[in-house]
Design a protein. Structure first.
Length: 283
């Protein structure tokens, strides 16, 4: 079943993404891969060592162009829209089937010529990166930003109080309230993200957080893993992710002060620093 409530809604979401990419001032190319999960839209920018970017639930390449552009200054960035999430990839949702997404990532890495590169993944994208590495995706390292897949998402009364209005009446005010919950206290979401989240609320059937991967799956992750967490993350708190990191022998953990769940928007430079440090450690 399509994630979109109507064909018109799908076209509106796609038009927003294309408009953002058309207006982006960073030279780039776009391509569509045929994969086991359907069409997969990819944006290429920059040059150097490959970094594959995987966004989180309800986000797409067009929503984090600032991070894409920053990483593209020093790397060859391959920014992917996830099938089954709003954006420019296939609209069919395979559920939170980690094996399906893991095999999909294996296909994508090979098709893009990114073998041995780093995967920089946020939230749900982190669970996909772990699943891919556990199923033989030929990546060199994982940088997981507030990753799902290690521990369960925490849903507090405060989170519910911001989420339910967005689900029931997805307007810009409720979208802004939900995004503020994702940021560190006092954070103000960019207008582009507010518009996007209101659009997603109106037109997309949102997905639930994935469960943690099994111990057996995590034992198959045999590449360096760096986990980065905002110290003010209310969805995946740093203390929980520190415990989750222990499920991956050798994984490193870094907490970022003054940041919440939306680290790619709050502290993009810290993520690039982590990618660079992981690459140095592999040499």
């Amino acid at each position: 079943m399509s994630i979109y409530r109507s064909p018109e809604g799908q076209r509106e979401v796609a038009a927003w993404c294309v408009g953002r990419l058309d207006a982006w001032d960073v030279p780039h190319e776009r391509e569509v891969l045929n994969t086991s999960l359907g069409s997969t839209h990819v944006v290429r920018a920059g040059s150097g060592e490959p970094v594959v970017l995987l966004p989180g639930t309800n986000f797409a390449t067009a929503t984090w162009l600032e991070l894409v552009g920053q990483v593209a200054r020093t790397h060859s960035v391959l920014a992917v829209d996830l099938p089954g999430q709003p954006g420019l990839s296939a609209a069919g949702r395979p559920g939170h089937s980690q094996p399906a997404y893991g095999d999909w990532l294996h296909e994508v890495v090979d098709a893009l010529g990114a073998t041995g590169g780093t995967v920089l993944a946020h939230s749900f994208g982190g669970a996909i990166a772990l699943a891919g590495a556990s199923r033989g995706a030929r990546v060199g390292a994982l940088v997981l930003v507030a990753p799902a897949g290690l521990v369960r998402l925490r849903v507090t009364p405060g989170v519910l109080a911001r989420t339910l209005p967005w689900l029931v009446r997805p307007r810009e005010d409720s979208a802004r309230g939900l995004l503020r919950c994702m940021l560190a206290p006092g954070g103000n979401p960019p207008a582009t993200l507010v518009t996007w989240m209101a659009l997603v609320g109106r037109h997309v059937r949102t997905s639930l957080a994935p469960p943690p991967l099994s111990e057996a799956a995590l034992r198959e992750v045999r590449v360096p893993v760096a986990i980065v967490s905002g110290e003010a993350d209310v969805f995946l708190p740093p203390e929980a992710l520190r415990r989750g990191a222990a499920r991956l022998p050798g994984a490193t953990f870094r907490g970022i002060a003054g940041a919440g769940h939306l680290l790619p928007h709050e502290r993009a430079e810290a993520l690039l620093e982590t990618v660079t440090a992981v690459e140095r450690g592999r040499r």
